[in-house]
Design a protein around this ligand. Structure first.
Ligand SMILES: NC(=O)c1ccc[n+]([C@@H]2O[C@H](COP(=O)([O-])OP(=O)(O)OC[C@H]3O[C@@H](n4cnc5c(N)ncnc54)[C@H](OP(=O)(O)O)[C@@H]3O)[C@@H](O)[C@H]2O)c1
Length: 296
């Protein structure tokens, strides 16, 4: 039985707050990593069409011997498939690859503002179609900034349930988080332990080497990764850490036996540099980042 808390989304769907991310896990390592995560208590897996490992995520869930309904599965639309018919075709492939007739959450992966005149609103309406059909229990967005969220609100009658964005101690996107919170949109943190700060060259070092986080970790007898996850959880975000290493997969869910004080939370808040590690969402265009949908 999982001890991870759940959060009710704005559409009534219940999400497990801490999940397991599978970005950059090679397809031939994914089923084993997913099974291991599920065996030790994770009940939420975050994949995407562009990760090329949806089929292996489905396999890992079956290997774990769990009922499909026990696991919250998220996937995301391929950047090259925003046009409505492309999105429908891509979504069919996602379900086929996962070996399931539904996903729990389906996201627009990036807003792609320059593509098709920036018409992510039509794409969003197709996701709502998946929701009405019961093939996506919940629908949301990823990497949306406040202007994108404002436009969706102005042009449709609905709001996304989730906005999955880069959030870690060095880049907290407070304005986007607050805008979402005021509208009942759950912020889900990608790179929640700061992975983007150590697998990509940036203007700052790794969050895991930060002396403030290190001191808090020593005070609690926990690791910097655990402190960083705990900070995200206590601030109400969903977090989806990734690892392929069994000890770290276990470490990253072992975060429910300690609590950060208000001062410790404030100290981590104070580390925000305002500089993102990942790409500026407005710069993620199909030309720069597009890919064929792999035959997952
Ligand atoms: N929507 C988007 O655009 C978007 C973008 C990026 C990520 N995501 C999602 O968010 C998930 C997590 O993000 P992320 O993978 O970028 O970053 P992350 O989970 O913050 O960090 C992952 C990195 O940290 C290492 N690591 C994991 N646990 C550790 C620990 N306890 N101690 C030390 N190092 C540890 C991992 O290496 P090892 O594997 O070697 O342990 C990997 O290099 C992804 O898997 C994906 O599902 C979404």
């Amino acid at each position: 039985m999982s001890n991870v808390p759940t959060i009710d989304l704005n559409d009534g769907v219940c999400i497990t707050q801490l999940g397991f991310g599978v970005f950059q896990i090679k397809p031939d390592e994914t089923a084993a990593a997913v099974k291991r995560a599920l065996d030790i208590g994770y009940r939420h897996i975050d994949t995407a069409e562009m990760y090329g490992n949806e089929r292996e995520v489905g396999q890992g869930i079956r290997d774990a011997g769990l009922d499909r309904a026990e696991v919250f599965v998220t996937s995301k639309l391929n950047n090259g498939c925003h046009e409505p018919d492309d999105a429908r075709r891509a979504f069919d492939k996602t379900l086929e690859a996962l070996g399931s007739d539904y996903v729990d959450l389906f996201l627009i992966h990036w807003p792609l503002p320059t593509l098709y005149g920036g018409d992510f609103v039509s794409t969003w309406k197709v996701l709502e179609e998946f929701s009405r059909e019961g093939r996506a229990r919940s629908v949301g967005v990823s990497n949306f900034q406040t202007a994108h969220l404002e436009r969706l609100a102005a042009e449709t009658g609905t709001v996304p349930s989730v906005n999955q964005i880069e959030v870690h101690p060095y880049f907290a996107q407070r304005q986007v988080q607050e805008f979402g919170a005021a509208r009942g949109i759950l912020t889900q943190a990608w790179s929640p332990i700061g992975g983007i700060t150590f697998y990509r060259e940036g203007s700052h070092g790794s969050t895991l080497d930060d002396p403030v986080i290190g001191a808090i970790a020593r005070a609690h007898g926990k690791s910097p990764a655990q402190v960083t996850l705990r900070w995200g959880l206590q601030e109400g975000r969903s977090v989806i850490p990734k690892s392929t290493k069994p000890t770290r997969i276990a470490e990253n869910i072992d975060v429910f036996d300690f609590e950060l004080s208000a001062d410790e939370i404030a100290a981590v808040d104070g580390l925000d540099t305002g500089r993102r590690g990942g790409p500026e969402p407005g710069a993620v265009t199909l030309e720069a980042y597009g890919r064929e949908i792999p035959d997952a």
